[in-house]
Design a binder for this molecule. Sequence first.
Ligand SMILES: [Zn+2]
Length: 100
Amino acid sequence: MKKKAPLVSLEKREWCYVMPPSRYDVAPCECGNHDTQWSEYKEHLWCDVCKIDFIPEHWGILDGPIPFNLTLMLGISFDRIDLKTQQIIKVEDYAKLDNG
Ligand SMILES: [Zn+2]
């Protein structure tokens, strides 16, 4: 199945997770490359092989709900990098913010 990426509203990403998309079981690029990067655009990944931003078929464990304790056991971190300041935002910190 070929899906064309919509050419609308490419919003710049403000943060990304500290680990690459493959660690979260996010779908690979159409070319079969699993070793993708977080795109500079929201909802997109970057394929180094095709040199394209693309929308993966699914977001793996990020589609949630996430069994949080399980991911900790697997050594998966949900810490984020603020792309403006390059600072790491710990999951405990932004989770607190999200819950008010
Ligand atoms: Zn590719």
